[in-house]
Design a protein around this ligand. Structure first.
Ligand SMILES: Nc1nc2c(ncn2[C@@H]2O[C@H](COP(=O)(O)OP(=O)(O)O)[C@@H](O)[C@H]2O)c(=O)[nH]1
Ligand SMILES: [Mg+2]
Length: 255
C-alpha cells in the first residue's frame, strides 16, 4: 500500500518567499533573563523578522543592556515590574508605533527556537490565518527536557480552553505565536485592561481572537526545557491568572 504523504512540517520555499521581514516585529517580554536574552535576540533570523523589540520589565540583572548589545532594534524598560502581559502589550504597541503589520512573540528565557519563526509567520503572509499559535503538542512539535509536571499542566490546560471556547486547541499556554497587528484595532480585543497585566493577557488574546471569528491556526514548534531557568510561574497564583480569562469571558463577566 502506498503510505500517505507526510504533512510538510516546514513551509515551502514559495511560502517562505512571501514573508516580508520589513513588516514583522518580534516582541520579547523579559524579566531578569540575563544570560539568555542575548541568545534569543541573536538567534532571530533577520531574513524573516527585521525588528526585535525587547521589553525589560524592570529587571535587576542587566537584561536590557544584554538585549541591546545583542542587536535588538528596540529595548523598552518598565520603571516597575508590571508582569508579562504588560510587557507584551508595551511591545505590541511599540510595534504598531513603528508601523509594523505583524508581530511574533517569543519567550525571553530562550525556550523557543527563533529559526522556527517561519512556521508561525508563513500562514499569515499566505493569507491563510490571522493568528498562528505555536503548539508543542502537534506532530512535529517538541519538548526536550520537559519535567513531568509541566507535561501534565500544559496538556490539561488545552482541555479547559476547549471547554471555554469550543476551539480544539492543543497548546494554549505556549508563548510563541504570531498575528496581524490589525487585530488590536478590533474593539472586541481590549488589551489595555489592567487585569491583563500578568499571565492573563495571552489566553485573553487567543480566546478573543477565536470568539471574534478570526482565523486561528496552530503550528508545531519546539519548547526547550534547559537548565538555566525556564519559568517564573507560581502554581496557584499564576495558574489562576491563566485560567481566569477563560472563565470570565465564557461567563460574560469581562470583555
Ligand atoms: N515582562 C515580564 N515578563 C515576565 C514576567 N514574568 C515572566 N516574564 C517573562 O515572560 C516570559 C515567559 O515567562 P515564564 O515564567 O518563563 O513562563 P512559562 O515559560 O510559560 O512558564 C519570560 O521571557 C519571562 O522573562 C514579568 O513579571 N514581566
Ligand atoms: Mg519560560
Amino acid at each position: 500500500m502506498c503510505p500517505p504523504h507526510p504533512v510538510p512540517l516546514d513551509p515551502s520555499a514559495d511560502s517562505l518567499a512571501l514573508i516580508d521581514p520589513r513588516r514583522v516585529a518580534v516582541v520579547v517580554p523579559a524579566w531578569n533573563e540575563a544570560g539568555k536574552i542575548g541568545d534569543v535576540v541573536r538567534k532571530v533570523p533577520r531574513r524573516y523578522a527585521g525588528t526585535v523589540i525587547v521589553v525589560d520589565d524592570c529587571s535587576s540583572d542587566g537584561t536590557d543592556a544584554e538585549a541591546r548589545a545583542a542587536g535588538a532594534e528596540s529595548v523598552l524598560r518598565h520603571g516597575v515590574n508590571r508582569g508579562v502581559g504588560a510587557g507584551i502589550r508595551s511591545g505590541l504597541f511599540e510595534a504598531r508605533r513603528l508601523g509594523l503589520e505583524y508581530a511574533a512573540i517569543l519567550s525571553g528565557d530562550d525556550q523557543h527556537e527563533p529559526e522556527e519563526l517561519p512556521r508561525i509567520l508563513a500562514p499569515l503572509f499566505a493569507g491563510e490565518a490571522d493568528l498562528v499559535q505555536g503548539s508543542r503538542w502537534l506532530p512535529g512539535g517538541a519538548t526536550p527536557g520537559i519535567p513531568p509536571d509541566r507535561r501534565w499542566l500544559t496538556r490539561i490546560y488545552p482541555w479547559l480552553f476547549r471547554l471555554a471556547s469550543g476551539f480544539p486547541i492543543t497548546d494554549g499556554t505556549n508563548g510563541m505565536r504570531a498575528f496581524r497587528l490589525s487585530l488590536l484595532d478590533d474593539p472586541r480585543i481590549q488589551l489595555s485592561q489592567d487585569w491583563l497585566d500578568r499571565y492573563e493577557l495571552e489566553p485573553y488574546l487567543l480566546m478573543q481572537a477565536i470568539r471574534a471569528r478570526y482565523r486561528v491556526r496552530e503550528a508545531p514548534v519546539t519548547v526547550r526545557y534547559h537548565t538555566r531557568g525556564t519559568t517564573k510561574i507560581r502554581l496557584l497564583q499564576d495558574g489562576w491568572r491563566l485560567v481566569r480569562p477563560l472563565l470570565y469571558l465564557r461567563l460574560g463577566l469581562r470583555h
